[in-house]
Design a binder for this molecule. Sequence first.
Ligand SMILES: [Zn+2]
Length: 399
Amino acid sequence: MVEPKPHACASPFAAGREIGRYGDAAAGPTLVVTGGVHGNEPAGVVALGRVFRELEQRRPSVRGQLLGLVGNSCALAQSTRFVDEDMNRVWTKTAVEQLRRQDPARDHSEQREQRELLAILDPLLAAARDGDPRRRALLLDLHSTSGGGPPFIVMGDTLQNRELAFALSAPVLLGLEENIEGTLIEYFGAGGNVAIVLEGGQNEDPRTADNHESAIWIALVTCGLLDASAAPDYERHRARLRAAASGVPNVIEVVHRHDIEPHNEPHFRMIPGLKGFMQIEKGRLLAHDGPHAEAQVTAPFSGVLLMPRYQPKGLDGFFMGKTVEPFWLRVSAVLRKLRMERVISLLPGVQQNHHGPNTLAVDPKIARFFTLEFFHLLGYRKHVEHEQRLVFSRRDDRL
Ligand SMILES: [Zn+2]
C-alpha cells in the first residue's frame, strides 16, 4: 500500500474534472471519453477540448450525450504518469470497494481522483444497468505510448466492443486484460457496457491528438449520437485513422507480458529504437531489467512487440502478441451469436461455474481435447487453475 499523504495539487489543470458535456442524457446513450488517465499522456485532453469547441460552435443536434473527463488531473498538471499509484490499475472490484470504505481524508492523490470519477461514473453505470438502450453508457479511454508506433485499440473481446473498435479501423489488441488488472475499461465494461482504449500514438507527437480527435468524431457517429453528415470532415477523420494504421495486422492476441519486479523498476530500459508492432524474432535482445549488463531480457517467441516501455515508471516492460486471422474472428462471432457456450456446458468435463454465466470450469483430464484457442473463440480469455479445474471467464456479450 502507498502511504497516505496530504493532497497538494495546486494547478489550474487539476481544478477541472469535466472537459465538456454536450447533448441531452435523456435523449440517448452517454458516450464518456476520458483523457489523461495517465498524466504524461495529454493528447486525449487536447483532442476533447477541440471537439467540444467545434460542437459549441456548430451546435449539431445529438441523440444522447458526450461527456469529456480528465482521468488524472493532478498527474497531468505535473506531466507525470501518476503521483502515488497508476490510475489505470486501481479499478479492480476489491480496490474500488476498499476505497468506498476508506475515510476520504486518508486518500492519496489517485484515490482522490478516483473518488471524484466514481461520483460521475456510478450514476451513469447504474442507469445503464436497466437495459434501456437510450441509457446505454459507452467509454472511449484515450491514451498514448512512450514508444510510439501506429494507433491501436485495447479491449475485452465482446461483440459490442468489436463494433466500435472496427469502426475506428485501428488494429485491435485482444487478451490484454488477461495480463493487466484494474483498468478503467475493466470497471466500466463490467455488465456489458462498451469500453475500449485507444492508444493514439506517441505521447508528445502532435499527430496523437489528431488521431484522438478523429476517433471521438467516429465514436459519436458509430454510437448513434451524431449523423455522419453533421460531423465536420468526417471522411477525413476516417481516412486519417486508416492511414495511420495501414500495414499493421487488424487483430493481435496478446500472449506475453514482461513483468518488471518493483525493485527493478528504475533499472528497466528497453534497447533503443524498438517500436510497437515490430515483428520480433525469438531470442532477440529487447531490454535490460537490472543494474548490470547481464540482466538481459530476450523475446520468448517470434511475434509482434507491443508497448515497449520507454518511460521511467510502470511495471509493464513490454508485451508480445500473435496475429489473429480475420477468418477466426468471423467464426467466433457466429459461435457467440449462437450462444455456443450453452452447448459447451453440456459437454462432459465442462461445467458452468457458480460465479455466473460468464465463467466455465473445465476438468483438464476429461476436456483435454479442447484447446485454449477454442475457449478464446468464445470470448473466454482469463483462465486460472482452481481446485484442479481450469476456470475460464469472459466479459459479457450483451446482444
Ligand atoms: Zn496510458
